[in-house]
Design a protein around this ligand. Structure first.
Ligand SMILES: Nc1nc2c(c(=O)[nH]1)N[C@H]1C(S)=C(S)[C@@H](COP(=O)(O)OP(=O)(O)OC[C@H]3O[C@@H](n4cnc5c(=O)[nH]c(N)nc54)[C@H](O)[C@@H]3O)O[C@H]1N2
Ligand SMILES: Nc1nc2c(c(=O)[nH]1)N[C@H]1C(S)=C(S)[C@@H](COP(=O)(O)OP(=O)(O)OC[C@H]3O[C@@H](n4cnc5c(=O)[nH]c(N)nc54)[C@H](O)[C@@H]3O)O[C@H]1N2
Ligand code: SF4
Ligand SMILES: [Mo]
Length: 700
C-alpha cells in the first residue's frame, strides 16, 4: 500500500475523511509517528469541519487500537449466537467462503440464494459500493434495497424539489428564522451548529419541532413537542394560515411552482384547529409558527430523517418541502431547506458498481425485512448472507425475527467486520476489516458540498484487509478474470471522478491528494432554486406531481397518520398506548462506538425517557428497571422520568449492542418490519409499546 512519506522528524500528517454515516463528513488530519497514529483532529482548513471533530470520532484512535479489533480471520466453533471462534488463515477463510458460494450458486437454489447485506458503516465509495457490487453482480446474487435510513423521505423530497439538493450549511449563518424540524443537530449534525450560532448573533430565531426536548431543542428559542408521525398535518396547517392570510409569495409560486391553486384548495381543508389534536400542538401555536416563518427573511428549514421513519414518512417530507417555495424562501441566500445535499455530486457510480453485470430479472430484497427474508422468503430461500459495513442484529427492526433467521443452521453467514458485534456472534466466518486509517477512500457528504479524499495513514493492523481487497480475492477464487476485478483502490477513486458533469470540473485525484478535499464547482454563494430551475419533470417546484399520481399516490400534499396510532389502530393503541421513538444517542453512531469504553461510560446504560404523567400512571420512578413490550417482543432498560418527552411518547436512545445491555436485547425487539409509504423505507419510529416496572423478586 502506498503511504505518504514522513517529514525529516519521522512524523507524517495525513489528511483523511471521517467515514461515518453523518451529514458532516469531516476532513481530518492524522499525525503518525513510527507507524502509529498518535493524534487526530478536525482539519482547520476545511470550511465545514473548521478544526473540530465530534465527541465520538475524537475517540477514533481508541477505536482503531481497541483490544477488541478483529485482527485475523475466524471460524465459528460454538453454537450460532455464542460468538465462539477459532483463528484460521486467510487462505482457509477465503477458500471456505468461495466454495460455499460456488456450491450454492451452482446447486439447486442458484446464485440468488446468496444475499449481500451492507449499509453505511463506512460511507466511502471504495469500501462501500464498488468492488463488492461488481462481485455480487457478476455472481448473480440477489440485490439488496438499502432502505434502512432515508429512502422514504428522499423520495418524498424528490417528488417536490427534484433531487437531494438544498441550502448549504454556510448559508444558515445568513438566516433570520431557522426551523429545525425533526433533527437533533447538536448530536447528529454538529458542524451545522456554529453557522446557526452566527445567525443567532445577528438576531435569528430558532424553533425546534421534535417530540423530544433534545439537546438541540433545549438550545432553541422554542420547542414544539409534536406527536410523532404527524408532521405533514402541521405543514398543511402552516400552509393554510399562510394562504389564508395572504403571506404566500405569489410571484414565486406563479413563475417557479406547479399546482399553486390546487395546493391552496388542498390546504383550505387544514385549519390549525384540525391539525391541533393530531399534532398535539395548540392551534394558536401553529398559526404563530406559520406567521413567523412566512414573514421573517431569510427563513431556512433543517429537516432530517427522523420524521420519515413512519408510515406516512415519504408524504410528510414531500409536504414539508413545499413550504420554502410557498413563501419564496428559496430566493434568499440563507433561505430554503436542507434535507440532504448528496444529489449535487455526480460521481460515476456506474463505473464503480458495473450495474450492467446484473443478470436480467434478478430479484431485489428490502433490507429492513431481513427477518422476513431469512425466515419466509422462498424460491429460492436465502442460503448465504454476506454482511459488511453493517450490524443488522443490532440495527434492523423486529430483532426477534432477525435473530431467528440468523440462527438457521442451514444458513451460511460471512461477516466482514472490525469488531465482534451482535451480528458476528451468528457468523460462520468473520473476516477482519481495516478502518479508515488503514485504507483509501473517497467520501461524499450529505450535509455540505465538499468532496473528501481519505488517504491511509497507517498500515493495516494484524491481518486486516479492506473490503475492496476481500471482494477482489473472492472474485479471483471464483474464477472471475475480468479486468475490472484488477482495479486498485486508487483506480476506483479515479473512476468515480471520471465524469463530464460541470460540478466535478477541475476535481481530480491529483488535486485531492494535494488538498485533501474540494468544493464542488457550483456557484458561490449557492442559492440553488432562487430562479426556479428545479430538477423535477416540469422544472418547477411540484406542489402537484403527475409522477406521484402515476405511482399511485395522492398528487397533492397530504397527511397519513402513523400506522400504529389511535387514529389508525385504536385497538392496538388501547393495549399499547405509548409511542416509542429511538433516535441516535449523543455518544454513539448507530451501533458504532458502543464498544468504545470511554464513550459507553458517558452514556451509562440503555435507558428510556418517560414523561412524569405516564410514569406516575405506571408507578415508575427514575432508576427503575422497566420492561418495554408489544406483540413483537420485549426488552429491559432503566427508566428516566423527565418532562423532556411529551406525554404519550417514550424515547429509548439508539442503538445499543444487545449483548452490552441488561438482557442481551435492544430497542429492535419492539420495532416493526412494516415499510413506509414510499420507497420501502423503515418505520421503526412508528411503534406503539407499553412499559411496566420490573418489580424486584421477593426475598425468600
Ligand atoms: N451522534 C450521532 N450522530 C448521528 C447518528 C448517530 O447515531 N449518533 N446517526 C447518523 C445517521 S445514520 C443519520 S441518518 C442521522 C440522523 O440524524 P437525525 O435525523 O437528527 O436523527 P433522527 O433519528 O432522524 O432523529 C432526529 C430527531 O427526530 C425526532 N423525531 C422522531 N420522530 C419524529 C417525528 O415524527 N416528527 C418529528 N418532528 N421529529 C421526530 C427524534 O426525536 C430526534 O430528535 O444522524 C447521523 N448522525
Ligand atoms: N432504533 C433505531 N435503529 C436504527 C437507527 C436509529 O436511530 N434507531 N438508525 C438507523 C439508521 S439511520 C441507520 S443508517 C442504520 C445504520 O446501521 P448500520 O449501517 O448497520 O450502522 P452501524 O450500526 O454504525 O454499524 C456499522 C458496522 O460497520 C462496521 N464497519 C465500519 N467500517 C467498516 C469497514 O470499512 N469495513 C467493514 N467490513 N465494516 C465496517 C462497524 O464496525 C459497524 O459494526 O441503523 C438504523 N437503525
Ligand atoms: S461523525 Fe460526523 S461530526 Fe463526527 S467526525 Fe464524523 S463526520 Fe464529523
Ligand atoms: Mo442513517
Amino acid at each position: 500500500m502506498e503511504l505518504p512519506p514522513p517529514d525529516s522528524s519521522g512524523i507524517r500528517r495525513v489528511v483523511g475523511a471521517c467515514p461515518h454515516d453523518c451529514p458532516d463528513t469531516c476532513s481530518w488530519v492524522v499525525t503518525v509517528q513510527d507507524g502509529k497514529a498518535v493524534d487526530l483532529r478536525g482539519n482547520p482548513d476545511h470550511p465545514i469541519t473548521r478544526g473540530f471533530l465530534c465527541t465520538k470520532v475524537d475517540r477514533y484512535i481508541e477505536r482503531v487500537y481497541h483490544p477488541g479489533r478483529v485482527l485475523h480471520p475466524l471460524r465459528r466453533v460454538g453454537a450460532k449466537g455464542a460468538g465462539k471462534f477459532a483463528r484460521i488463515t486467510w487462505d482457509e477463510a477465503l477458500d471456505e467462503v468461495a466454495s460455499r458460494f460456488l456450491a450454492i450458486a451452482q446447486g439447486e437454489y442458484g446464485p440468488q440464494a446468496i444475499l449481500p447485506y451492507s449499509y453505511a458503516g463506512t460511507m466511502g465509495f471504495v469500501q462501500g459500493q464498488s468492488m463488492d457490487r461488481r462481485f455480487f453482480h457478476k455472481l448473480g446474487a440477489s440485490l439488496l434495497v438499502r432502505t434502512i435510513c432515508s429512502t422514504a423521505g428522499t423520495k418524498g423530497y424528490k417528488y417536490t424539489v427534484g433531487a437531494s439538493i438544498g441550502t448549504p450549511p454556510e448559508a444558515f449563518a445568513a438566516a433570520r428564522f431557522i426551523l429545525i424540524w425533526g433533527s437533533n443537530i447538536l448530536t447528529s449534525n454538529v458542524h451545522l451548529w456554529p453557522f446557526i450560532m452566527e445567525a443567532r448573533k445577528q438576531g435569528a430565531r430558532v424553533v425546534c419541532i421534535d417530540p423530544v426536548r433534545t439537546r438541540t431543542a433545549a438550545q432553541s428559542d422554542r420547542w414544539l413537542p409534536i406527536r410523532p408521525g404527524t408532521d405533514a398535518a402541521l405543514a398543511l396547517a402552516m400552509m393554510h394560515v399562510i394562504f389564508a392570510e395572504g403571506l404566500e409569495d405569489r410571484d414565486y409560486i406563479e413563475h417557479y411552482c406547479l399546482g399553486g391553486d390546487l395546493l391552496r384548495e388542498r390546504v383550505a381543508e387544514w385549519a390549525p384547529e384540525r391539525a391541533a389534536p393530531l399534532t398535539g400542538l395548540p392551534a394558536e401555536e401553529i398559526a404563530a409558527l406559520a406567521r413567523d416563518y412566512a414573514t421573517t427573511r431569510p427563513a431556512v428549514i433543517r429537516v432530517n430523517y427522523g420524521l420519515q421513519r413512519h408510515a406516512g414518512g415519504g408524504m410528510a417530507m414531500r409536504t414539508i418541502s413545499c413550504l420554502p417555495a410557498v413563501v419564496g424562501a428559496w430566493r434568499d441566500h440563507g433561505g430554503g431547506i436542507q434535507l440532504n445535499t448528496s444529489g449535487a455530486f455526480p460521481l460515476n457510480t456506474k463505473a464503480l458498481e458495473c450495474p450492467d453485470l446484473i443478470p436480467p430479472a434478478t430479484r431485489a430484497l428490502n433490507m429492513i425485512e431481513l427477518g422476513r427474508i431469512l425466515n419466509e422468503v422462498e424460491d429460492p430461500p436465502v442460503m448465504a448472507l454476506c454482511i459488511y459495513n453493517s450490524n443488522p442484529a443490532a440495527v434492523a427492526p423486529d430483532q426477534e425475527e432477525v435473530v431467528r433467521g440468523l440462527k438457521r443452521e442451514d444458513l451460511f453467514t460471512v461477516v466482514l467486520e472490525q469488531f465482534l458485534t451482535d451480528t458476528t456472534d451468528y457468523a460462520d466466518i468473520v473476516l477482519p476489516a481495516t478502518t479508515q486509517f488503514e485504507h483509501w477512500d473517497l467520501n461524499k457528504p450529505y450535509g455540505h458540498y465538499y468532496l473528501q479524499l481519505n488517504q491511509p495513514a497507517i498500515a493495516p493492523l494484524g491481518e486486516c484487509k479492506p473490503n475492496s481487497e476481500v471482494f477482489r480475492l473472492l472474485a479471483y477464487r471464483l474464477g472471475f478474470t475480468d479486468a475490472y476485478f484488477e482495479d486498485s483502490d486508487t483506480d476506483l477513486i479515479r473512476q468515480a471522478l471520471a465524469s463530464n458533469a460541470p460540478a466535478l470540473q477541475g476535481i481530480t485525484f491529483e488535486r485531492l491528494l494535494q488538498e485533501g478535499f474540494a468544493r464542488l464547482s457550483i456557484p458561490e454563494p449557492f442559492i440553488p432554486f432562487a430562479e426556479g430551475r428545479f430538477p423535477t419533470p416540469s422544472g418547477k417546484c411540484e406542489f402537484y406531481s403527475a409522477q406521484m399520481a402515476r405511482d399511485g399516490f395522492d398528487p397533492l400534499p397530504a397527511f397519513t397518520p402513523p400506522r400504529e396510532s389511535a387514529e389508525s389502530a385504536p385497538g392496538l393503541a388501547a393495549r399499547y398506548p405509548l409511542a416509542c421513538v429511538s433516535p441516535p444517542a449523543h455518544y454513539f453512531l448507530n451501533s458504532t462506538f458502543v464498544n468504545v469504553d470511554h464513550l459507553r461510560r458517558r452514556v451509562g446504560e440503555p435507558e428510556l425517557l418517560i414523561h412524569p404523567e405516564d410514569a406516575d400512571d405506571r408507578g415508575i420512578a427514575t432508576g427503575d428497571m422497566v420492561r418495554i413490550f408489544n406483540d413483537r417482543g420485549t426488552f429491559t432498560v432503566k427508566a428516566r422520568v423527565t418532562e423532556g418527552v411529551r406525554p404519550g411518547v417514550v424515547m429509548a436512545p439508539g442503538v445499543w449492542w444487545g449483548k452490552l445491555g441488561p438482557d442481551g436485547r435492544n430497542i429492535h425487539r419492539v420495532t416493526s418490519q412494516a415499510v413506509s409509504d414510499m420507497a420501502g423505507g423503515a418505520t421503526f419510529y412508528d411503534c406503539l409499546v407499553e412499559v411496566e416496572a420490573i418489580l424486584p423478586s421477593p426475598l425468600c
